[in-house]
Ligand binder design. Structure first.
Ligand SMILES: *Cc1c(COP(=O)(O)O)cnc(C)c1O
Length: 363
């Protein structure tokens, strides 16, 4: 009996997530000084976390011998007040990636369908396959989710529809009007998972709380990994009906979110100046990159997020050339766009370097 014979067939078939390369890996592999490398591959915040979050996290570290509050009482209270919702509408996850998996635990099994756009955040497909369900992938139109096509793709077996807006990797968004009309048109056997990982970068993010208050099967997912700059601490959250939140809370691990992350997240919510500042600098960075792409004659997809797609021809070659020069970006071949790279918007200085290296690498 081999191990492979013991393992569930779905595990053997499960595709592997390819993360952005860590700086240390690239430094080791290419013999570069880690301090000379910039990582613009995972949509992390180039300005780091808020100082308030760092102080709170440091304080929490001194009590690392204690288990965290598994119910995330203080963080849920804080989020509930911020959103004018009830604490029992919230579920906190080890990053919003964990919440995507919890959706699978609660909803998905063999015979179920999940509708999603493509290219979109690849974890939707991975979670679907992990639970033996079938992904139904609907091509984006002009790099934007086609909500009519998503609706048409829904089958009697569809349990779940994912919509990220802004979408990763395209940086495009759907309007509040479009999304509300879409949700109202969904049949009652479908749950709508609205991924708002980048919505803090929008001026007027769509607000689906009224749909949740109506009792629609809607869950909104957010994260502290992007605008709050806390990706390493792994905190995300979902808000939905109390009924659905209770089901998701039932299937999570008892201590899924660590105390350092909880403390940092609570403090981060207080630093409105920091997030407003990051959003402003991000907009300036997007404009800086777009100007640079134009002067290099490179096609790009106008973005409202903290990253942007640019067409460079041979994506694998340019990715490699940039990496050798200490700039880590994300090749888009795994997303079926081999001519494109996804670049995280950096600081002004990082963007200058990125554009200069891009000029050399695409020449
Ligand atoms: C980055 C990202 C997330 C958040 O991941 P975490 O697990 O919270 O770090 C979720 N959805 C999308 C579309 C993302 O790009």
């Amino acid at each position: 009996m081999t191990l492979a014979q013991l393992v569930k067939p779905s595990v053997l078939k499960q595709p592997v997530y390819e993360p952005g390369k860590p700086i240390e890996d690239v430094a080791r592999e290419l013999g570069l000084d880690p301090a000379s490398i910039i990582k613009l591959a995972s949509n992390e915040n180039p300005f780091g976390p808020s100082p308030l979050a760092i102080t709170a996290a440091t304080r929490a570290l001194s009590q690392a011998e204690l288990y965290p509050d598994g119910g995330c009482f203080a963080l849920r209270a804080k989020l509930a007040a911020a959103y004018s919702i009830a604490p029992d509408q919230l579920v906190i996850g080890n990053g919003s990636n964990e919440l995507l998996e919890l959706l699978g635990h609660v909803l998905l099994g063999p015979g179920d369908d999940v509708v999603m756009g493509t290219p979109a955040f690849v974890v939707y497909k991975l979670v679907t396959l992990l639970f033996g369900a079938r992904p139904i992938e609907v091509p984006l139109v002009n790099h934007r989710h086609d909500l009519d096509a998503l609706l048409k793709a829904i089958t009697p077996a569809t349990k779940l529809v994912f919509l990220p807006s802004p979408n990763n990797p395209t940086g495009t968004a759907n309007t509040q009007e479009e999304i509300v009309a879409f949700v109202r048109a969904l049949p009652p056997h479908v749950v709508f998972a609205y991924d708002e990982a980048y919505s803090e970068f929008l001026d007027n993010p769509p607000d689906l709380r009224p749909l949740i208050a109506e009792g629609r099967k809607v869950i909104c997912l957010r994260t502290f990994s992007k605008i709050y700059g806390l990706a390493s601490l792994r905190v995300g959250y979902g808000y939905t009906t109390p009924e659905f939140a209770a089901l998701l809370n039932r299937v999570r691990q008892p201590f899924n979110v660590n105390a350092i992350g909880q403390a940092a997240a609570i403090a981060a919510l207080d630093d409105k100046t920091f997030t407003a500042d990051v959003a402003r600098k991000n907009r300036e960075g997007l404009a800086q990159l777009e100007t640079g792409f134009k002067s290099l004659n490179l096609e790009y997809v106008p973005s409202v997020a903290n990253f942007i797609l640019v067409k460079v021809g041979d994506g694998a070659r340019v990715f490699d050339a940039l990496q050798r020069r200490g700039v880590i970006v994300r090749p888009m071949k795994p997303y079926g766009m081999p001519e494109w790279l996804r670049l995280t918007v950096g600081t002004h200085t990082q963007n200058v370097r990125l554009l200069a290296e891009l000029a050399t690498a695409t020449r």
